[in-house]
Design a protein around this ligand. Structure first.
Ligand SMILES: Cc1cc2nc3c(=O)[nH]c(=O)nc-3n(C[C@H](O)[C@H](O)[C@H](O)COP(=O)(O)OP(=O)(O)OC[C@H]3O[C@@H](n4cnc5c(N)ncnc54)[C@H](O)[C@@H]3O)c2cc1C
Length: 367
């Protein structure tokens, strides 16, 4: 979508590294086998990435960005069947925009769409929700290249029996982004000694060592993420014309799987094509097309979330047989780099879960 973006971010100092060979993954309390994976991580912090994207979007001739402006409601035709604009607060003043041919809500996981549509008399829509009560504390630290034996990162995933996790990822400007996370009421602390103690309880000491030895570059930031939710706009019986919802505003994911930006980026070209076509049925087409690929990341994330006994969600569709097979696959991926690569490709949305069950992969998994 943004030609030259990767090169620009590398020029600005974002390191690139092999996701499996140059960082260490801990899954179910065990380190996955390392080896070349052909999956490249671009270690760009969110502000760097968003600034580069924003600059490119702002340069488009037909784009007008209004900063510090918050949409507060939808404006519709009197019968409520077509959205014609938004009400918004800009610099403390209420403004209205009422000449829109299409309003797209891309306001992220705090989206107010369901309240807005409810007020307009639209029926409640189906909500699929899995509660995991994830909390992250993230802080940037000064990085030296010889730390972690030259590796660029460590990811320590929570698993049933241990709801704590930790991440270290190399980023631009010789920085580490260090995160500690907890689920189901395990809330990571924010002061230095307690963060080190929390990370010290993880199965791998990399994050604790870096927290103890690196100089902080800013304050820690806490982020709470109570639940993954999928609002089934694709199943609504009535929906106003001239309006649609995308990205986290439609389906926010548990951030531990790192899927949300990829999903939003996959939805954008669908939206672009439909906007070019200009059909009045745009929302229905958009929701149907995105629902088709949303199933895969949702099922991948749900299957793992629901392994935790405290996760609140619908387990009726879970089949215990593949669960036991995947337990064995993860255990064997400690010594088999091919299994480790296959396992890592699925949450990265580079393969579907079907890749885990291919005969050549199943043959490597003990029965
Ligand atoms: C801790 C954490 C770690 C994550 N890690 C990863 C990761 O490694 N990989 C990955 O792919 N995803 C990750 N995600 C998920 C990812 O951040 C989201 O899925 C992605 O940003 C969704 O993009 P979006 O454009 O839909 O929403 P957002 O990026 O949330 O953007 C929404 C925008 O709308 C604006 N806005 C909100 N309300 C209004 C309003 N009323 N009016 C006007 N503007 C409004 C906001 O200010 C914001 O700029 C992570 C999320 C969290 C919380």
């Amino acid at each position: 979508m943004f030609e030259g973006l990767t090169a620009e971010l590398i020029d600005l100092g974002a390191p690139t590294f092999d996701m499996q060979d140059e960082m260490q993954w801990w899954v179910d309390g065990r380190p996955l086998a390392t080896g070349p994976s052909a999956m490249t991580v671009l270690g760009a912090g969110r502000p760097l990435l968003e600034t580069a994207i924003r600059r490119r979007v702002a340069a488009l001739p037909n784009v007008d960005i209004r900063p510090e402006t918050a949409g507060t409601d939808l404006l519709t035709t009197p019968d409520g069947t077509r959205v014609i604009g938004v009400r918004a607060i800009a610099a403390g003043e209420e403004i209205t925009i009422d000449d829109a041919s299409m309003v797209v809500n891309a306001s992220g996981r705090g989206s107010r769409t369901r309240h807005w549509l409810g007020r307009l008399g639209y029926p409640e829509f189906e909500e699929q929700r899995i509660e995991t009560q994830v909390t992250y504390v993230t802080r940037r630290y000064r990085r030296a290249p010889d730390q972690l034996d030259g590796r660029y990162g460590t990811a320590i995933a929570a698993y049933p029996g241990n709801t704590r996790g930790g991440f270290a990822l190399a980023q631009e400007n010789d920085a580490w982004a260090l995160s500690i996370s907890g689920s189901f009421g395990a809330v990571p602390p924010m002061d230095d000694d307690d963060m080190v103690a929390w990370a010290g309880e993880l199965d791998c000491q990399d994050v604790a060592t870096l927290l103890r030895t690196c100089a902080p570059l800013g304050d820690p930031v806490k982020m709470r993420y109570p639940a993954s939710t999928r609002w089934r706009y694709d199943r609504m019986s009535r929906f106003p014309a001239g309006f649609l919802v995308t990205g986290d505003a439609m389906c926010p994911f548990n951030p531990v799987y790192g899927q949300g930006m990829t999903v939003a980026a996959l939805e954008a070209p669908i939206l672009g094509r439909l906007l070019k076509d200009g059909s009045d049925d745009m929302a229905a087409q958009f929701f149907t097309e995105s629902a088709a690929f949303l199933d895969v990341p949702r099922i991948t994330a749900a299957a793992n979330d629901l392994r935790f006994p405290d996760a609140v969600g619908d387990r009726s569709a879970l089949d215990p047989e593949p669960g036991a097979y995947l337990d064995r696959l993860r255990a064997t991926a400690v010594s088999d780099p091919v299994l480790a690569t296959t396992f890592l490709r699925v949450p990265q949305l580079m393969d579907t879960p079907a890749a885990l069950f291919k005969p050549e992969i199943a043959a490597r998994v003990p029965t």
